[in-house]
Design a protein around this ligand. Sequence first.
Ligand code: MRU
Length: 369
Amino acid sequence: MIVNGKHYRTIWPNPENRTEIIIVDQRKLPHLFVTETLRTVEDAITAIKEMHVRGAGLIGITAGYGIYLAALAAPDNCFDKCIKKNSTELGNSRPTARNLKWAVERVCRAMETVNTPEQKRKIAFQEANNIADEDVFFCRQIGKHGLEIIRKIRNQKKGKTVNILTHCNAGWLAFADYGSATAPIYAARDAGINIHVWVDETRPWNQGAKLTAWELQQEKIDNTLICDNTGGHLMQHGLVDLVIVGTDRTTHTGDVANKIGTYLKALAAYDNNIPFYVALPSSTIDWTLDNGMEIPIEQRTGEEITTITGMDNNNSISTISLAADGTQAANYSFDITPARLITGLITERGIVAAEKNAIHNLFPEGGQI
Ligand code: MRU
């Protein structure tokens, strides 16, 4: 994406030394666009846990580079043991997004194909770069396929603006570039289709208010921020033509884990006969779980609910309290939308029903991805 006139990915190796990884610190957005340098696997773990980076795709890429940073630091005489320990820690840094362990496993598998620690370091770097490049390509493909859905709706509406509702941030900031849910929107804009996006604020972390609205502004996409409870009302009044969301983990049977509140949007869309699509690269598919209810749901600190963070009048980012001292808060970060509420999955290989046979037909290699 272009920010301040320059093209950025959300993560990249420092071109000056290739031993550091640079990220955009998402905690500071939309107020400050600042980068942070990851030098160690511990830095990568902290960045994932504390949401300097977030979003399934980007968490995965960061974990892939994290293994590379671990390989750089691992002494030759206990290389494999160190990597094993670091990969377990990285893999457990957040529980819900499938891409995290997928990327860790992929880089570790690549290292197993060579012998010496030096060769392993080299191949870890290559594989982490491959994951990032592939992510960009897959998001572009998702955009291409998703565009056809938007085009069809535009034709049905005889060229009038297509209103799309999205939840959380499955955009550029959740991947290396383009995003999953936003890719069809960007493709539609490029195809000259008039688009307007309803952006759910996405309490408690406010990914919609802080990230998606900002991201769409950078891309000059007409958008309106709404509070999380507004979507149903808009749908009842014919103001939403289509819902597109991302996902952190999707079972091979089509159940979708996504940011808390997604399920309620899917129910409202179903009740109002509005198409509800989920955009995802295949790295998000969990080939082992048959039922979405088995997906581990992250519970974060209640402080994210009892407080709110933003920029104050002195231009400093600060956190203020919303609730009375001692208020008990339960912060479930994700929920499950059952396959039956989903119109289709937009993947890099095309659009597919949220259904086991259809998913396996499109990805016959399944768990080998
Ligand atoms: O807690 P986060 O911000 O890492 O949650 C991830 C999300 O933004 C998801 O809800 C998103 O839609 C899927 S990530 C591509």
